[in-house]
Design a protein around this ligand. Structure first.
Ligand code: SF4
Length: 295
């Protein structure tokens, strides 16, 4: 059996489990977020068109009826408008049933595209993307070298809305550090409330030795939030959210897993968090965090 080209670690959101993966990039164009070790050791690489075409021929043989393709790499949306157009046309050539294409994107990757270009991409099937926003609090975003502000998130995602491209967010609890979770939660909720993310995915900061943040912790420049603080932060964030969206908090990094839609499930989720805040011991929760070997 022919093998597809994949370089380094391949990540996809849990809700893309049934999508056909296709490598068009590897690594991250930014690679500077302090907490990140996801693509450690993988330099950004653009797949040559001939290589993508080779993979599409294999997929055509094994998954000829694939309906959704998820492009891999940390942020394939960084590719130029013309490159994405070429890729969309190539996917359509080989996978005639494919009607939907997704990928990860950074906020700055949207910035380089006009609304008209985004609309054209949408017509070609680029209908939903996932963005590792992590926070909407400017202090936290700057401290972690995310490379954009809350206003950038709002401006760029409004362009996606105009182009009818669905987007999913990530909120990373604990990212602001000790005693800053409440501020992070309120400011992030204020930013997200101005938008319409299809889902918000919750991850809790889990620091691995390959990250820059790990070194900062060793030097005493960053103090991690306690596990209870993170649950309180999550509680504040969710209680301040006043949009309709789906909350997905069921990754390995969540000490208290939850899933639900708001506004309908808001009270239930807050009750679940309250119960954990009352009953779960800090040591027990931290022990769980320390046992996580990979996200
Ligand atoms: S968090 Fe995302 S954008 Fe930041 S370095 Fe990691 S992969 Fe790149």
């Amino acid at each position: 059996m022919e093998l597809l080209h994949f370089t380094g670690q391949v990540w996809r959101p849990p809700y893309e489990a049934s999508s056909q993966l296709l490598q068009v990039t590897a690594g991250c164009t930014h690679n500077k977020c302090k907490f990140c070790s996801l693509y450690h050791g993988t330099k950004f690489r653009l797949s040559p068109i001939a290589e993508v075409e080779e993979d599409l021929k294999v997929i055509q043989d094994y998954q000829p009826r694939a309906r959704r393709v998820f492009l891999t790499g940390a942020n394939p949306f960084a590719l130029s408008y013309n490159r994405l157009l070429d890729l969309g046309l190539l996917i359509r050539k080989y996978l005639r049933h494919c009607e939907s294409i997704g990928m990860f994107s950074r906020i700055s990757d949207i910035k380089s595209k006009t609304v008209e270009e985004l609309q054209n991409l949408r017509h070609l099937g680029f209908d939903s993307i996932s963005i590792g926003t992590e926070s909407g609090d400017d202090d936290t975003l700057a401290m972690m070298n995310k490379g954009y502000t809350a206003n950038d998130i709002i401006e760029q995602c409004k362009k996606l809305e105009e182009a009818n491209i669905r987007y999913n967010f990530v909120y990373l609890t604990g990212l602001a550090g000790r005693n800053k979770g409440e501020q992070n939660a309120v400011n992030t909720a204020n930013a997200f409330n101005q938008l319409h993310p299809f889902t918000i995915n919750f991850v809790s900061l889990t620091v691995f030795p390959e990250s820059e943040l790990y070194q900062e912790i060793q030097c005493g420049n960053f103090v991690e939030a306690t596990e209870h603080e993170r649950l309180l932060e999550l509680r504040t964030f969710i209680s301040n959210l006043c949009i309709e969206t789906t909350l997905l908090g069921n990754t390995v990094s969540n000490t208290v897993p939850f899933v639900g839609m708001i506004p309908n499930d808001k009270v239930r989720i807050l009750n679940e968090l309250d119960s954990a805040i009352r009953n779960a011991g800090e040591d027990e929760l931290r022990l769980y965090r320390d046992s996580i070997v990979s996200l």
